[in-house]
Design a binder for this molecule. Structure first.
Ligand code: ADP
Ligand code: MG
Length: 698
């Protein structure tokens, strides 16, 4: 057994303690295996040679063949540089080094044939190539091949002579010492089934492509591996859960549910609401534990769905709880639900961080005895002092604000695991949902309640502020309220607050007749709540904020969302912010304010916002424009995926295939006990032991 993951990189010839340290810190490479899985981020075709005479401004990396005529050193101190005059017979160009001068001068000799590789830059009408790669012509053959890989390297890595080329050399040393053989990760029956390149071949070709066809095959195999093991892991856990965890059986639809549905429902449910309630009733009656993600755009009516399900729990003599990420939200949910229930004989309590001691002393025993049937709250719900008599259903609203741990704690509170429903307004593209929440069943509310007027979205340049203020005044005069949001610029917080605070002064001056309030992330929680409350209650007409505007806050009377420096926001974020308005019967507006100069990408983003209000369409577009890494919801939850090679935006088909194959494996051998699957088990252990366990995310 090779155990490449246990062999420390420090022992690889050419590494040593100092470089090992840099590799670990800068690139996360600590073992032989880490190095092999440090893939190039792009390849450059080195099969073609250019001539010095044809060098021009617009050239990418190029390759020249020729000799060094002379070496000269110029300048002092920081501007000290070594210049080699290089010719291929068609002209002369300078090769320039600012670092490692002595080393370079020793290494290369005059009048010997070299292959030079680099990017020409122009300065004062002459071209030079800074820090080129140089190989003697005879050695070049084995290095150059056709496609040269480029590895990500940081400044610190480069300073320690760990540039892209050096990484490639390390790969070469390592692979050669392994005889270009590494242990296969898939059993042979699967390899036959999927008909892809063996792992050894793939690793070899990803670092040293024999041709572009071989490279594509290698990429396919490695993407498949990456996605397959994630899927296998999540699906296996899901199936373990299904077989092992007996679910509480909500066998009856009883009086509470029926009475509420018949007599108290203030409006007809939308078709989508009906459908998801039905899906979840089936889940909870099946004898298996429910683990479901409910996606529904802002305003799609998730709260009502949650209430119906909680009533179902009560009908079956269980308690239900609903946890929200902030106090304002929890309080709002409580008020909404009390309002829905009116005089129905259901006992509901609110428990948050600021619930007074006396009140707590009343509530906690009530929860413990089962007298209180529904509890709405914040993190306070997962404190150890909160003990349920018979918790049957846990609902988590706006899940991305909760950490994995917190969520897990909520349902380990019982000896029997309650049904779990996670609700989110963040539209997650299918591919991402499959990867992040592969073990959750997904329900989608894809329909808004009738009569909603879609929010009108406008794009305005910040040179036209006066018209904007006039428009806001008109809206406020009609009794509406206005949000104005400023971006948070990472790394320059001071500037943000300056923008926000200046804005605050401007708005107070322009709207002296109205109450303007302000919230931002630096405020204490209590202070934030107070200011927010002024807006919720209608006392303040204008609310200025950084992006802390609470997810899910419902102020139906607010009809205008102004987003300052909208070019600084991502699509999903813009959509979330826009979702704060359009909750009442009035026509609502979202105004995206930007400077005049915009990049193409930004224009595209703004165009999408102006043209559609469909959250899923926007999420897909976001994924396409930005890639999965930046996608909201993954970052905020702190469980962002670190895929090495697969790309969720473009590899959806491979993902689906990997999932199908994983399902096939588990269908045939649910416990993965067969000897032929041993290798899969070992591989899973290796991957998911040390790192995050994606499968347990819900
Ligand atoms: P979200 O899915 O964003 O949590 P809410 O549950 O806050 O949405 O619902 C948004 C608004 O729509 C609330 O005022 C709610 O009362 C209302 N609503 C929910 N369902 C319906 C429906 N079927 N018909 C009309 N209005 C509805
Ligand atoms: Mg909500």
């Amino acid at each position: 057994m090779l155990d490449l993951d246990k062999r420390a990189i420090v022992y690889l010839p050419g590494v040593g303690p100092k470089k090992a340290d840099i590799l670990a810190k800068e690139a996360g490479i600590t073992s032989y295996e880490d190095l092999l899985y440090y893939f190039p981020y792009r390849y450059v075709d080195r099969s073609r040679f250019y001539r010095v005479a044809e060098i021009n401004n617009a050239m990418p990396y190029i390759q020249l063949k020729g000799k060094i005529l002379s070496f000269d050193t110029f300048g002092d101190g920081r501007s000290r540089r070594l210049v080699a005059r290089f010719t291929d017979g068609t002209g002369v160009i300078d090769l320039v080094w600012f670092k490692g001068l002595a080393f370079v001068k020793d290494k290369y000799v005059l009048n010997k044939e070299y292959i030079v590789f680099g990017k020409p830059v122009e300065f004062a009408n002459t071209y030079s190539i800074p820090h080129p790669d140089i190989d003697p012509l005879d050695q070049a053959a084995q290095v150059a091949g056709g496609l040269t890989p480029f590895y990500n390297t940081t400044e610190k890595m480069k300073k320690s002579f760990l540039n892209s080329k050096a990484i490639q050399n390390l790969q070469f040393t390592l692979l050669k010492s392994l005889n270009w053989e590494i242990p296969e990760s898939l059993p042979s029956y699967l390899l036959d089934r999927i008909r892809m390149m063996p792992l050894s071949e793939a690793i070899k070709n990803i670092h040293f492509p024999e041709s572009s066809e071989q490279l594509s095959k290698a990429q396919l195999r490695l993407k498949f591996d990456e996605l397959f093991f994630i899927q296998l892991n999540t699906l296996r856990i899901a199936s373990l859960r299904k077989h092992k965890l007996k679910g509480l059986v909500f066998s009856q639809v009883g009086e509470m549910f029926n009475t509420f549905y018949r007599d108290y429902l203030p409006f007809e449910l939308t078709g989508a609401q009906k459908r998801v309630v039905r899906e979840m009733r089936m889940d909870m009656g099946s004898g298996r534990q429910m683990n479901r993600l409910l996606q529904g755009d802002v305003g799609s009516g998730k709260t009502l769905v949650a209430l119906l399900l909680m009533l179902l729990a009560v009908d079956n003599r269980y308690q239900a709880c609903m946890m929200a990420p902030t106090e304002i939200l929890a309080t709002q949910h409580y008020a909404t639900i009390m309002d829905f229930l009116k005089d129905m004989p259901v006992r509901v309590a609110l428990l948050t961080g600021s619930t007074r001691k006396k009140e707590r002393e009343r509530i906690l025993p009530g929860i413990a005895s089962g007298e209180i049937q529904i509890v709405i709250g914040t993190h306070a719900l997962i404190e150890e002092t909160v003990i349920f008599s018979a918790l049957g259903l846990s609902i988590i609203d706006e899940q991305h604000r909760f950490g994995v741990e917190q969520r897990a704690r909520l349902w380990t509170k019982n000896s029997v695991v309650p049904h779990v429903l996670v609700m989110t307004a963040t539209p997650i593209p299918r591919t991402l949902a499959m990867t992040l929440y592969g073990d959750l069943d997904v329900s989608v509310i894809n329909e808004l309640p009738p009569g909603r007027k879609p929010v009108k979205t406008l794009h305005r340049y910040d040179t036209k502020k006066k018209q904007l203020y006039d428009f806001l005044r008109k809206e406020i005069q009609q009794g509406r309220q206005v949000y104005v949001v400023y971006p948070l610029i990472e790394g320059s917080e001071k500037l943000d607050y300056k923008n926000l605070e200046e804005g605050f002064e401007v708005f107070k001056e322009i709207f002296p007749e109205y109450y303007v309030c302000m919230v931002h992330g630096k405020m204490k929680a209590a202070e934030k709540e107070t200011e927010m409350q002024k807006f919720v209650s209608g006392k303040a007409q204008i609310l200025l904020a950084t992006t802390v505007i609470e997810v899910g806050v419902n102020v139906p009377n607010a009809s205008v969302m102004v987003i300052e420096s909208a070019e600084r926001f991502g699509l999903s974020q813009l959509h979330q912010l826009r979702g704060r308005v359009g909750r009442g019967a009035e026509q609502s507006y979202c105004v995206l304010v930007t400077s005049y100069k915009l990049s193409n990408d930004t224009r595209k983003r703004l165009e999408i916002m102006v043209n559609t209000t469909d959250g899923f369409e926007i999420a897909e577009a976001d994924l396409r424009l930005r890639g999965y890494g930046d996608l909201e919801g993954t970052q905020q939850s702190g469980e962002g995926l670190s895929l090495r090679i697969a790309n969720l935006a473009s590899d959806g088909q491979i993902l689906q295939y990997a999932r199908d194959i994983a399902n096939e494996v588990l269908d045939k051998d649910p416990g993965m006990k067969d000897i032929s699957n041993r290798i899969l088990n070992e591989h899973l252990k290796k991957i998911f032991w040390k790192g995050k366990n994606w499968g347990m995310i819900s």
